[in-house]
Design a protein around this ligand. Structure first.
Ligand code: FES
Length: 99
């Protein structure tokens, strides 16, 4: 099991290998938009991966393509729907569109 910390709330949850960060964040009861249903099409699930980069799958081409179109993207940007928990390292994410 991996511990996922969600900022800015500071909530921590245990997550299972193979889950996407979107699934884990929603299961934790946090709000995160996901307009395209997790298909790397909308960019609304954009988050910052603050810690645990090695604990999350590497971005594939569709994620890179979508991130290239989003304003405010930085080196820690990921699409939560495309980021899978690997179970190798604890993870901290920062939600950008919390409501
Ligand atoms: S939910 Fe649309 S890109 Fe992730």
């Amino acid at each position: 099991m991996t511990t996922l910390t969600i900022q800015p709330s500071g909530k921590t949850v245990e997550v299972t290998e193979g889950m996407t960060l979107l699934e884990a964040i929603l299961a934790a009861g946090e709000n995160l938009m996901h307009k395209c249903g997790g298909n790397a099409q909308c960019g609304s699930c954009h988050i910052f991966l603050q810690a645990g980069k090695k604990g999350v799958s590497r971005p594939a081409a569709p994620e890179h393509s979508k991130l290239d179109t989003i304003v405010g993207v930085g080196s820690k940007s990921r699409l939560a729907c495309q980021s899978k928990v690997l179970g190798t390292e604890d993870i901290t994410v920062e939600l950008l569109s919390f409501v």
